[in-house]
Design a protein around this ligand. Structure first.
Ligand code: FE
Ligand code: MN
Length: 339
């Protein structure tokens, strides 16, 4: 009897058993998994006492600064759940490779941690949950981002969808770009800059630290998503034609515009040396990096107006990100940041 050696592929791999994780083909999936484990954290490890005092004090924060915090709570509180649901309900069943599934389970867990972070922030700061958790509906600039992601990822949420055939593989990669590069790689970044600016100025330091942890996780999600997309393209090179590349680039350009509108809405007047125009430059810089990582030409050629984003992050890494925390995760120093 001949047993032909089956080749593992990322999708459409009914010929191999999804429960046989060894031997592994995609080492990058394993590496991202281990990085995720090394970065373990929970929101309760961050002390929120100073934030509570600042939030309640009548004059510690201006109304504009409070608006900025609230808008980011409104966006992230529901966006994290949306991402978790996408992984479980849409992406997981189509990725037939076991080492990637292992990573997706890890990512799903991290999204649960992020969802928990916003529960913790609402509870400690005493925010009105009805207000915060309805902002994705009530605030147009938040709603437009979520609607855009839902719109460009609707193919794979369809229970009838399969990844059989070139056109469907193309749809799948198109939607993965929506989840990973646009939602996690662009729509989170204006918020990251704003909240880390607060941290730099010693304002809302607990929330700022939570955002730092989330940023570190998201940079791994993004790296996994980029590897996933690039490998599916390599294995299905027929999908990678000019109209498709243009379609992806156009979606990223729309996302940059929506993220700019969001920043303008968060910062109608500008605070903390921040304004929507500078954030726009940053988002354009980030978008160029996302395009380059999947082999597409840059669109904006913008410079990074916040070199401190990576400086702060690198400094933290050298000092050991975890040294001020109660719980020690020994392997926590082994992380590689992207932006
Ligand atoms: Fe997340
Ligand atoms: Mn994520």
């Amino acid at each position: 009897m001949t047993t032909a050696r089956k080749t593992k592929t990322l999708i459409n791999c009914s010929s191999t058993d999804p429960n046989k994780i060894l031997p592994m083909k995609y080492q990058w999936a394993r590496e991202h998994y281990k990085t995720g484990v090394a970065n373990n954290w929970t929101p309760e490890e961050v002390n929120m006492q100073k934030d509570v005092e600042m939030w309640r004090s009548p004059d510690a924060l201006t109304n504009e600064e409070k608006r900025l915090v609230l808008w980011n709570m409104g966006f992230f509180s529901t966006a994290e759940s949306l991402t978790a649901n996408n992984i479980v309900l849409a992406i997981y069943r189509h990725i037939t490779n076991p080492e990637c599934r292992q990573y997706l389970l890890r990512q799903g867990y991290e999204e649960a941690i992020h969802t928990d972070t916003f529960i913790y922030c609402c509870d400690t700061l005493g925010l009105d949950p009805d207000e915060v958790y309805n902002m994705y509906l009530d605030i147009p600039s938040i709603r437009k981002k979520d609607e855009f992601v839902i719109d460009i990822t609707k193919s794979i949420l369809d229970p009838e969808f399969t990844t059989q055939g070139t056109e469907n593989v193309r749809r799948f990669v198109h939607d993965l770009v929506g989840y990973y590069l646009i939602m996690e790689g662009i729509f989170f970044y204006a918020g990251f800059v704003m909240m880390l600016s607060f941290l730099r100025q010693n304002k809302m330091v607990g929330v700022g630290e939570q955002f730092q942890f989330i940023l570190r996780d998201e940079s791994v999600h993004l790296a996994f998503g980029t590897d996933l997309i690039n490998t599916i393209v390599q294995e299905n090179i027929d999908i990678w034609n000019e109209p498709f590349k243009k379609d992806i680039t156009d979606n990223i350009k729309t996302a940059v515009q929506l993220e700019y509108e969001y920043a303008r809405d968060c910062l109608p007047k500008g605070v903390l040396g921040l304004n929507a125009e500078v954030i726009k430059e940053y988002i354009q810089y980030i978008a160029d990096r996302r395009l380059e990582k999947i082999g597409l030409p840059k669109v904006y050629e913008s410079k990074n107006p916040f070199p401190w984003m990576s400086e702060v992050i690198d400094l933290r890494k050298e000092k050991n990100f975890f040294e001020t925390r109660v719980t020690e995760y020994r392997s926590g120093g082994t992380l590689s940041w992207d932006d």
